[in-house]
Design a protein around this ligand. Structure first.
Ligand code: FES
Length: 124
């Protein structure tokens, strides 16, 4: 369905909405190196029930590139083990920005921890 406001405006509105999102949606990539989405990881964990977090790498190589996503993969695995919904309260835009910084500096900062409370938001 096309927006009555035109495709460019609709795309801008969609982009703004994406940047304001504070949780990952199923099609957002958790592993940006290998483009592994949250949906793929959820399906993998449900199907394979990996006994340890490191087996998350068996899902399309997730976590075997720059390793930025490893703490987030561990969090998802722990949520599965604990019987909780597998969610990441992270803005996808901020997640990508922090990953770029991590790749440049090689350092993680406290605000990039997956268990950070409150969750990452674009304004931070
Ligand atoms: S983002 Fe997952 S290995 Fe780089």
């Amino acid at each position: 369905m096309r927006s009555s406001r035109g495709p460019r405006r609709a795309a801008n509105e969609r982009s703004k909405a994406d940047s304001e999102t504070t949780v990952m949606e199923p099609d957002d990539h958790v592993c940006l190196c290998f483009r592994v989405s949250l949906r793929k990881l959820r399906n993998f964990v449900t199907r394979e029930d990996p006994p340890v977090a490191s087996r998350m790498a068996d899902c399309l190589g997730a976590g075997t590139g720059c390793q930025w996503c490893v703490p987030f993969l561990k969090k998802l695995h722990q949520q599965h083990v604990d019987g909780e919904p597998m969610d990441l309260p992270v803005s996808p835009a901020e997640y990508a920005t922090l990953r770029t910084r991590y790749r440049r500096t090689g350092e993680r900062t406290p605000e990039t921890a997956p268990d950070r409370d409150p969750p990452l938001t674009p304004d931070e």
